[in-house]
Design a protein around this ligand. Structure first.
Ligand code: 2Q2
Length: 323
Protein backbone atom coordinates (compact mmCIF):
# COMPACT_ATOMS: atom_id res chain seq x y z
CA UNK A 1 0.00 0.00 0.00
CA UNK A 2 3.00 2.29 0.33
CA UNK A 3 2.97 3.25 -3.35
CA UNK A 4 -0.73 3.92 -3.44
CA UNK A 5 -0.46 6.02 -0.32
CA UNK A 6 2.52 7.97 -1.61
CA UNK A 7 0.65 8.78 -4.81
CA UNK A 8 -2.34 9.90 -2.86
CA UNK A 9 -0.39 12.15 -0.58
CA UNK A 10 1.29 13.73 -3.58
CA UNK A 11 -2.07 14.30 -5.32
CA UNK A 12 -3.71 15.66 -2.22
CA UNK A 13 -0.78 17.35 -0.62
CA UNK A 14 -2.81 20.48 -0.03
CA UNK A 15 -5.31 18.62 2.12
CA UNK A 16 -4.26 17.88 5.69
CA UNK A 17 -4.71 14.13 5.88
CA UNK A 18 -4.99 12.90 9.43
CA UNK A 19 -2.28 10.34 10.24
CA UNK A 20 -4.92 7.75 10.96
CA UNK A 21 -6.47 8.08 7.52
CA UNK A 22 -6.94 4.63 6.14
CA UNK A 23 -7.55 4.29 2.46
CA UNK A 24 -8.08 0.54 2.63
CA UNK A 25 -11.47 -1.15 2.75
CA UNK A 26 -10.11 -3.96 4.94
CA UNK A 27 -7.30 -4.08 7.48
CA UNK A 28 -5.70 -7.37 8.43
CA UNK A 29 -3.87 -7.22 11.75
CA UNK A 30 -1.47 -10.12 11.74
CA UNK A 31 0.39 -10.77 15.00
CA UNK A 32 2.84 -13.55 15.89
CA UNK A 33 5.33 -14.47 18.59
CA UNK A 34 8.64 -14.50 16.70
CA UNK A 35 11.00 -11.56 16.21
CA UNK A 36 11.49 -9.34 13.14
CA UNK A 37 14.23 -11.52 11.64
CA UNK A 38 12.48 -14.84 12.09
CA UNK A 39 11.32 -16.63 8.95
CA UNK A 40 7.67 -16.35 10.12
CA UNK A 41 8.07 -12.60 9.88
CA UNK A 42 9.87 -12.67 6.56
CA UNK A 43 7.13 -14.82 5.08
CA UNK A 44 4.46 -12.56 6.59
CA UNK A 45 6.07 -9.52 4.98
CA UNK A 46 6.01 -11.22 1.59
CA UNK A 47 2.29 -11.91 2.14
CA UNK A 48 1.71 -8.27 3.06
CA UNK A 49 3.39 -7.05 -0.08
CA UNK A 50 1.49 -9.39 -2.37
CA UNK A 51 -1.93 -8.78 -0.79
CA UNK A 52 -1.51 -5.02 -0.82
CA UNK A 53 -0.32 -4.81 -4.40
CA UNK A 54 -2.79 -7.32 -5.82
CA UNK A 55 -5.71 -5.70 -4.01
CA UNK A 56 -4.52 -2.27 -5.20
CA UNK A 57 -4.51 -1.07 -1.63
CA UNK A 58 -8.04 -2.22 -0.77
CA UNK A 59 -6.52 -4.50 1.85
CA UNK A 60 -4.00 -3.14 4.33
CA UNK A 61 -1.97 -5.87 6.04
CA UNK A 62 -0.27 -4.90 9.30
CA UNK A 63 2.31 -7.26 10.74
CA UNK A 64 3.07 -7.30 14.47
CA UNK A 65 6.01 -9.51 15.51
CA UNK A 66 7.18 -10.18 19.11
CA UNK A 67 3.70 -10.70 20.60
CA UNK A 68 3.06 -6.99 20.13
CA UNK A 69 -0.65 -7.75 19.70
CA UNK A 70 -0.66 -10.38 22.47
CA UNK A 71 0.49 -13.91 23.20
CA UNK A 72 -0.51 -16.80 20.96
CA UNK A 73 -3.56 -17.59 23.13
CA UNK A 74 -4.55 -13.94 23.36
CA UNK A 75 -4.32 -13.67 19.59
CA UNK A 76 -6.74 -16.56 19.14
CA UNK A 77 -9.25 -14.87 21.46
CA UNK A 78 -8.74 -11.49 19.79
CA UNK A 79 -9.39 -12.97 16.36
CA UNK A 80 -12.58 -14.56 17.64
CA UNK A 81 -13.63 -11.19 19.05
CA UNK A 82 -12.70 -9.41 15.83
CA UNK A 83 -10.03 -7.14 17.34
CA UNK A 84 -7.23 -8.91 15.45
CA UNK A 85 -7.33 -10.94 12.24
CA UNK A 86 -4.44 -13.30 11.66
CA UNK A 87 -1.86 -15.29 13.59
CA UNK A 88 0.36 -18.36 13.46
CA UNK A 89 -0.84 -21.17 15.69
CA UNK A 90 -1.35 -24.87 15.97
CA UNK A 91 -1.71 -27.38 18.75
CA UNK A 92 -2.93 -24.94 21.44
CA UNK A 93 -6.22 -24.92 19.47
CA UNK A 94 -7.03 -28.15 21.26
CA UNK A 95 -8.02 -25.77 24.08
CA UNK A 96 -10.63 -24.13 21.83
CA UNK A 97 -12.71 -27.19 21.02
CA UNK A 98 -10.50 -28.65 18.27
CA UNK A 99 -9.02 -31.81 19.85
CA UNK A 100 -7.53 -32.90 16.52
CA UNK A 101 -5.21 -29.88 16.65
CA UNK A 102 -3.25 -31.88 19.25
CA UNK A 103 -2.03 -33.99 16.34
CA UNK A 104 0.14 -31.15 15.10
CA UNK A 105 2.48 -31.66 17.98
CA UNK A 106 2.50 -35.32 18.93
CA UNK A 107 5.88 -36.28 20.41
CA UNK A 108 7.82 -38.81 18.36
CA UNK A 109 5.13 -39.34 15.74
CA UNK A 110 6.58 -37.67 12.63
CA UNK A 111 10.18 -38.55 11.90
CA UNK A 112 11.03 -36.78 8.67
CA UNK A 113 10.24 -33.80 6.56
CA UNK A 114 8.76 -36.08 3.89
CA UNK A 115 6.36 -37.66 6.36
CA UNK A 116 5.42 -34.23 7.67
CA UNK A 117 4.47 -33.11 4.18
CA UNK A 118 2.37 -36.22 3.64
CA UNK A 119 0.51 -35.60 6.88
CA UNK A 120 0.10 -31.80 6.77
CA UNK A 121 -0.52 -31.66 3.03
CA UNK A 122 -2.83 -34.69 2.84
CA UNK A 123 -6.15 -35.92 4.19
CA UNK A 124 -5.14 -35.82 7.83
CA UNK A 125 -4.13 -32.19 7.52
CA UNK A 126 -7.45 -31.43 5.86
CA UNK A 127 -9.40 -33.12 8.62
CA UNK A 128 -7.56 -31.06 11.24
CA UNK A 129 -8.06 -27.88 9.24
CA UNK A 130 -11.81 -28.36 8.94
CA UNK A 131 -12.14 -29.00 12.64
CA UNK A 132 -10.26 -25.77 13.37
CA UNK A 133 -12.46 -23.86 10.93
CA UNK A 134 -15.73 -25.30 12.21
CA UNK A 135 -15.02 -25.38 15.93
CA UNK A 136 -12.76 -22.39 16.46
CA UNK A 137 -13.88 -20.08 13.67
CA UNK A 138 -10.36 -19.65 12.31
CA UNK A 139 -9.57 -20.54 8.71
CA UNK A 140 -6.14 -22.14 8.23
CA UNK A 141 -4.88 -20.40 5.09
CA UNK A 142 -1.65 -22.32 4.81
CA UNK A 143 0.90 -24.22 6.91
CA UNK A 144 4.58 -23.86 7.72
CA UNK A 145 6.98 -26.69 8.47
CA UNK A 146 8.89 -26.27 11.74
CA UNK A 147 12.24 -27.58 12.87
CA UNK A 148 12.19 -30.31 15.53
CA UNK A 149 11.64 -29.14 19.10
CA UNK A 150 14.70 -29.45 21.35
CA UNK A 151 15.03 -29.22 25.12
CA UNK A 152 17.24 -26.43 26.50
CA UNK A 153 18.61 -26.31 30.05
CA UNK A 154 21.54 -25.30 32.19
CA UNK A 155 22.73 -28.85 32.77
CA UNK A 156 23.11 -31.59 30.16
CA UNK A 157 20.17 -33.97 29.89
CA UNK A 158 20.70 -37.26 28.08
CA UNK A 159 18.00 -39.56 29.42
CA UNK A 160 14.51 -39.09 30.86
CA UNK A 161 15.97 -39.85 34.32
CA UNK A 162 18.24 -36.83 33.98
CA UNK A 163 15.14 -34.62 33.89
CA UNK A 164 14.78 -35.26 37.59
CA UNK A 165 11.89 -32.87 38.21
CA UNK A 166 13.27 -30.00 36.13
CA UNK A 167 10.84 -27.07 36.05
CA UNK A 168 10.03 -26.78 32.39
CA UNK A 169 8.15 -24.02 30.59
CA UNK A 170 5.71 -25.43 28.06
CA UNK A 171 3.20 -23.82 25.73
CA UNK A 172 -0.38 -24.30 26.90
CA UNK A 173 -0.77 -27.65 25.16
CA UNK A 174 -2.39 -30.30 27.39
CA UNK A 175 -0.86 -33.22 25.47
CA UNK A 176 2.65 -31.82 25.91
CA UNK A 177 2.09 -31.24 29.61
CA UNK A 178 1.01 -34.86 30.13
CA UNK A 179 3.93 -36.24 28.14
CA UNK A 180 6.58 -34.19 29.98
CA UNK A 181 5.05 -35.15 33.31
CA UNK A 182 5.34 -38.79 32.31
CA UNK A 183 8.95 -38.24 31.28
CA UNK A 184 9.81 -36.85 34.72
CA UNK A 185 9.72 -33.05 34.37
CA UNK A 186 7.57 -30.47 36.20
CA UNK A 187 5.82 -28.58 33.40
CA UNK A 188 4.61 -25.01 33.83
CA UNK A 189 2.49 -23.58 31.00
CA UNK A 190 3.50 -20.02 30.18
CA UNK A 191 3.29 -17.59 27.25
CA UNK A 192 6.29 -17.58 24.93
CA UNK A 193 7.15 -13.94 25.67
CA UNK A 194 7.35 -14.50 29.43
CA UNK A 195 9.91 -17.24 29.12
CA UNK A 196 13.11 -15.21 28.88
CA UNK A 197 12.71 -13.39 32.16
CA UNK A 198 11.39 -16.50 33.92
CA UNK A 199 14.57 -18.33 32.88
CA UNK A 200 16.67 -15.36 33.92
CA UNK A 201 15.03 -15.23 37.32
CA UNK A 202 15.19 -19.00 37.73
CA UNK A 203 11.45 -19.54 38.22
CA UNK A 204 11.77 -22.07 35.40
CA UNK A 205 14.86 -24.11 34.56
CA UNK A 206 14.31 -25.18 30.99
CA UNK A 207 12.08 -24.95 27.94
CA UNK A 208 11.70 -26.68 24.60
CA UNK A 209 11.28 -25.20 21.13
CA UNK A 210 12.60 -25.42 17.58
CA UNK A 211 16.07 -23.87 17.17
CA UNK A 212 14.65 -20.94 15.23
CA UNK A 213 12.51 -19.82 18.17
CA UNK A 214 15.35 -20.45 20.64
CA UNK A 215 17.30 -17.95 18.58
CA UNK A 216 14.36 -15.59 18.11
CA UNK A 217 13.83 -15.28 21.89
CA UNK A 218 17.60 -14.91 22.60
CA UNK A 219 17.48 -17.92 24.89
CA UNK A 220 21.22 -18.48 24.35
CA UNK A 221 21.67 -15.68 26.88
CA UNK A 222 19.99 -17.68 29.64
CA UNK A 223 20.40 -21.35 28.64
CA UNK A 224 23.66 -23.28 28.15
CA UNK A 225 22.63 -26.58 26.60
CA UNK A 226 20.55 -27.72 23.65
CA UNK A 227 19.71 -31.35 24.37
CA UNK A 228 18.93 -32.85 20.99
CA UNK A 229 15.69 -34.60 21.84
CA UNK A 230 14.04 -33.91 18.44
CA UNK A 231 10.86 -34.71 20.33
CA UNK A 232 8.25 -32.95 18.20
CA UNK A 233 8.30 -32.42 14.47
CA UNK A 234 5.34 -30.30 13.60
CA UNK A 235 3.80 -27.84 11.30
CA UNK A 236 1.85 -24.74 12.19
CA UNK A 237 -1.02 -22.83 10.55
CA UNK A 238 -1.36 -19.26 9.42
CA UNK A 239 -4.97 -18.59 10.35
CA UNK A 240 -7.46 -15.82 9.65
CA UNK A 241 -10.78 -15.10 11.35
CA UNK A 242 -13.52 -16.85 9.37
CA UNK A 243 -15.96 -13.99 9.78
CA UNK A 244 -13.36 -11.47 8.65
CA UNK A 245 -12.42 -13.50 5.60
CA UNK A 246 -16.04 -14.05 4.63
CA UNK A 247 -16.85 -10.36 5.06
CA UNK A 248 -14.64 -9.66 2.04
CA UNK A 249 -15.87 -9.79 -1.54
CA UNK A 250 -14.90 -12.94 -3.46
CA UNK A 251 -12.14 -11.30 -5.46
CA UNK A 252 -10.37 -10.14 -2.31
CA UNK A 253 -10.81 -13.52 -0.62
CA UNK A 254 -9.08 -15.01 -3.64
CA UNK A 255 -6.22 -12.53 -3.31
CA UNK A 256 -5.76 -13.49 0.36
CA UNK A 257 -5.92 -17.23 -0.34
CA UNK A 258 -3.55 -17.12 -3.29
CA UNK A 259 -1.08 -14.88 -1.48
CA UNK A 260 -1.16 -17.37 1.39
CA UNK A 261 -0.34 -20.23 -1.00
CA UNK A 262 2.60 -18.20 -2.29
CA UNK A 263 3.65 -17.42 1.28
CA UNK A 264 3.83 -21.18 1.86
CA UNK A 265 6.35 -21.53 -0.97
CA UNK A 266 8.34 -18.53 0.22
CA UNK A 267 8.40 -19.84 3.77
CA UNK A 268 9.42 -23.38 2.83
CA UNK A 269 12.43 -22.04 0.90
CA UNK A 270 13.43 -19.83 3.81
CA UNK A 271 12.97 -22.78 6.16
CA UNK A 272 15.39 -25.05 4.29
CA UNK A 273 18.06 -22.33 4.32
CA UNK A 274 17.46 -21.49 7.96
CA UNK A 275 17.85 -25.09 9.08
CA UNK A 276 21.35 -25.15 7.59
CA UNK A 277 22.64 -22.30 9.74
CA UNK A 278 20.82 -22.52 13.07
CA UNK A 279 22.92 -25.06 14.92
CA UNK A 280 26.16 -23.25 14.19
CA UNK A 281 24.65 -19.88 14.96
CA UNK A 282 23.56 -21.04 18.41
CA UNK A 283 26.95 -22.68 19.03
CA UNK A 284 28.67 -19.42 18.18
CA UNK A 285 26.50 -17.77 20.78
CA UNK A 286 27.76 -20.21 23.40
CA UNK A 287 25.24 -23.05 23.42
CA UNK A 288 26.50 -26.61 23.69
CA UNK A 289 24.64 -29.39 21.84
CA UNK A 290 24.14 -32.62 23.78
CA UNK A 291 23.43 -36.00 22.16
CA UNK A 292 20.38 -37.57 23.77
CA UNK A 293 19.11 -41.14 24.16
CA UNK A 294 16.16 -40.40 21.89
CA UNK A 295 14.96 -43.99 22.04
CA UNK A 296 14.51 -43.81 25.79
CA UNK A 297 12.59 -40.54 25.45
CA UNK A 298 10.42 -41.77 22.61
CA UNK A 299 9.42 -45.02 24.31
CA UNK A 300 8.19 -43.27 27.43
CA UNK A 301 6.62 -40.46 25.47
CA UNK A 302 4.65 -42.80 23.21
CA UNK A 303 3.00 -44.54 26.15
CA UNK A 304 1.88 -41.18 27.49
CA UNK A 305 0.56 -40.15 24.07
CA UNK A 306 -1.57 -43.30 23.77
CA UNK A 307 -2.92 -42.73 27.26
CA UNK A 308 -3.87 -39.11 26.60
CA UNK A 309 -5.51 -39.18 23.20
CA UNK A 310 -8.95 -40.62 22.72
CA UNK A 311 -11.78 -41.27 20.26
CA UNK A 312 -11.41 -39.86 16.75
CA UNK A 313 -8.17 -38.13 17.61
CA UNK A 314 -6.52 -41.37 18.76
CA UNK A 315 -7.73 -43.12 15.60
CA UNK A 316 -6.33 -40.33 13.45
CA UNK A 317 -3.02 -40.53 15.33
CA UNK A 318 -2.76 -44.22 14.44
CA UNK A 319 -3.55 -43.41 10.82
CA UNK A 320 -0.83 -40.79 10.87
CA UNK A 321 1.79 -43.27 12.09
CA UNK A 322 1.06 -45.38 8.99
CA UNK A 323 1.93 -42.58 6.55
O1 2Q2 B 1 6.78 -22.57 22.53
C1 2Q2 B 1 5.95 -21.86 21.96
O2 2Q2 B 1 5.23 -21.07 22.56
C2 2Q2 B 1 5.72 -22.04 20.49
O3 2Q2 B 1 6.67 -22.86 19.91
C3 2Q2 B 1 4.38 -22.67 20.45
O4 2Q2 B 1 4.52 -23.95 21.01
C4 2Q2 B 1 3.72 -22.80 19.13
O5 2Q2 B 1 3.57 -21.55 18.57
C5 2Q2 B 1 2.41 -23.49 19.35
O6 2Q2 B 1 1.60 -23.48 18.24
C6 2Q2 B 1 2.54 -24.88 19.80
O7 2Q2 B 1 3.66 -25.52 19.28
Amino acid sequence: MKTVFAGWIAAASFAALPMSANAADYTLKFGHLANENHIYNQAALAFEEEVESRSAGRIDVQIFPNEQLGSESEMVSSIQLGTADMTITGEPLQNWGAPKAALLGVPYAIDSSEMLKRVAGGEIGQEIESQIENQVGLVPLTWFERGPRELTSNRPIKTPDDLDGIILRLPDVPLHIKVWQALGAKPTPMAFGEMFSALQQGTIEGQENPLSLIESASLYEVQDYVNVTDHVRSWIYVVIGKRKLESMPDDLQTVVREAADNMHETYQELFVEDQKRLRESLQERGMEFVEVDQKAFSERAREAVEANLSGDTLALYHKMLEL
